[in-house]
Design a protein around this ligand. Structure first.
Ligand code: HEM
Length: 439
């Protein structure tokens, strides 16, 4: 059995190398098929069937159809009540089969049935790439690869506290310039590492209990330890996973992580969408602004977090929990600074810690996605991920420093796969239990 597993993974990974050709060929084939479909009239389609083009016209929040496994669903009445929030709109008028699989439990698959209105007419056969991806996913499920090691996550939590303790120990030992520099660097690292741990919880990698992951793991490691809002980050990050590096045809980002105008534009097409001469002049300096801005990332994200928990859109109890945890974060950080250091040095320590943590977080994102393709022609999930996501060759330090996100492609294809299993893809011989099916 193990050898068949290896074959599936090998086949899938081999195709990555020829992916751009594959996507070009697939697109060409789709275009010619589209021309043929245009000649199809509504009368010639059996009752209960819809063409891809018909589905694509229902592409707004109030009129939202999606396709999953060649079945057509009208989610217009549900979209605003969706527990995962507005991410559902990113799939309006599209085939959402693979993004849907990323995020949901059996409960959502059941609920989905309520919304079916028909089936896709003349559904195209699934590409070999997608077929392999889906097969690989089910192999990983049957091999228990989505089960986390609790020991690993306890170790991660404890090792984060060890970094915090080291930072405090340095301040306790000396308040010299070098000690302040080292301690602020360590606390910045602590926040960054807490961020990766919150990331794992919020992706439901750590336990199967989703409420525990978000409201215990996410609130503790995200809001309290790291100082970012769970709700703000989760909504933004899940959308980033569903439509990585995607812009609309007017080059407005759909992926919020590349929504950096008026400071940075990630492609010439995005730049071309900017008319304002003042903004163009700022962007023309982006090669100079780029690295300083990366240092400021954490300050900007803390601002967005507080702005998020100040709105009244979230449930009252969650807002209270998020705010309380954020306030504890601010109070403990200020408390540490002013307990150990006089005011000017304390302020320097705080600023340096924010800057170090900012660059530590943002560089991981930059190397993983920026400089990869930005696209406005929606394509299948796997092709989209492969064209917009980059791995960094594993080194022990970088693996640890980046929270395992040097395996960014694997992470994007399987966001709920625990961090400690990412490096086992693609060629590892997996333990295989044929009795465990896909949920
Ligand atoms: C009729 C269509 C849909 C239904 C019935 C549905 C239902 C649900 C349900 C019940 C949950 C709570 C978690 C769970 O029990 O699985 C959920 C969460 C979520 N949904 Fe959907 N959903 C739909 C479409 C989509 C689409 C198209 C996307 C985007 C690709 C999406 C993204 C999410 C996300 C990101 C979450 C949050 C997951 C988490 O808490 O970790 N959903 N959805």
């Amino acid at each position: 059995m193990a050898s068949s597993t290896t074959t599936v993974t090998e086949t899938f990974w081999t195709k990555w190398s020829s992916n751009s050709t594959l996507s070009f060929v697939t697109r060409k084939a789709q275009n010619s098929e589209r021309k043929e479909e245009n000649s199809i009239t509504r009368e010639s389609i059996p009752e209960g069937f819809f063409t891809k083009e018909e589905v694509a016209r229902h592409n707004s929040p109030r009129d939202c159809w999606i396709v999953i496994n060649d079945k057509v669903y009208d989610v217009s009445t549900f979209a605003e009540k969706h527990p995962g929030g507005p991410i559902i709109f990113t799939q309006a008028g599209r085939d959402a089969t693979d993004p849907f699989r990323l995020f949901h439990t059996a409960k959502a698959w059941q609920q989905l049935q309520e919304f079916q209105i028909g089936e896709l007419y003349n559904a195209e056969p699934v590409s070999e790439l997608l077929k392999d991806y889906r097969e690989l996913r089910s192999v990983l499920m049957r091999s228990q690869m989505f089960r986390s090691s609790k020991v690993y996550y306890i170790y991660k939590g404890l090792s984060n506290f060890a970094i915090l303790a080291a930072s405090l120990a340095v301040l306790n030992w000396s308040t010299s310039f070098w000690a302040i520099l080292l301690s602020s660097c360590l606390i910045g690292l602590y926040w960054q590492q807490c961020g990766w741990l919150a990331h794992d919880f919020v992706h439901n990698q750590v336990t199967e209990n989703r409420s525990f992951n978000s409201y215990v793991g996410g609130l503790f490691w995200g809001n309290l330890a790291q100082g970012f809002s769970l709700g703000w980050w989760k909504t933004k990050h899940n959308v980033h996973h569903a439509v990585t590096n995607e812009c609309d045809e007017k080059y407005n980002p759909i992926d919020p992580d590349i929504d950096t105008l008026p400071l940075l534009a990630w492609s010439e097409d995005i730049l071309a969408s900017v008319d304002d001469p003042f903004i163009r002049s700022i962007i023309s300096k982006q090669h100079l602004l780029f690295f300083p801005l990366l240092f400021l990332a954490r300050i900007s994200w803390m601002y967005s977090s507080w702005a998020h928990v100040s709105t009244f859109e979230m449930p009252k109890s969650l807002r209270l929990a998020e705010r309380t945890c954020l306030l504890i974060h601010y109070a403990t950080t200020l408390g540490i600074a002013f307990y150990f250091l006089p005011v000017p040095q304390a302020l320097c320590w705080l600023l340096l810690a924010e800057l170090f943590s900012g660059i530590g977080l943002s560089t991981i994102f930059v190397v993983s996605h920026n400089g990869m393709e930005m696209y406005n022609n929606p394509r299948d999930f796997v092709t989209a991920q492969l064209s917009s996501t980059r791995n960094i060759k594993n080194q022990f330090f970088y693996d640890w420093f980046s929270g395992g996100l040097n395996w960014q492609i694997e992470h994007h294809l399987f966001p709920t796969l625990p961090r400690h299993n990412l490096h086992k893809l693609p060629l590892q011989e997996l333990p295989f239990n044929p009795s465990d099916g896909e949920p």
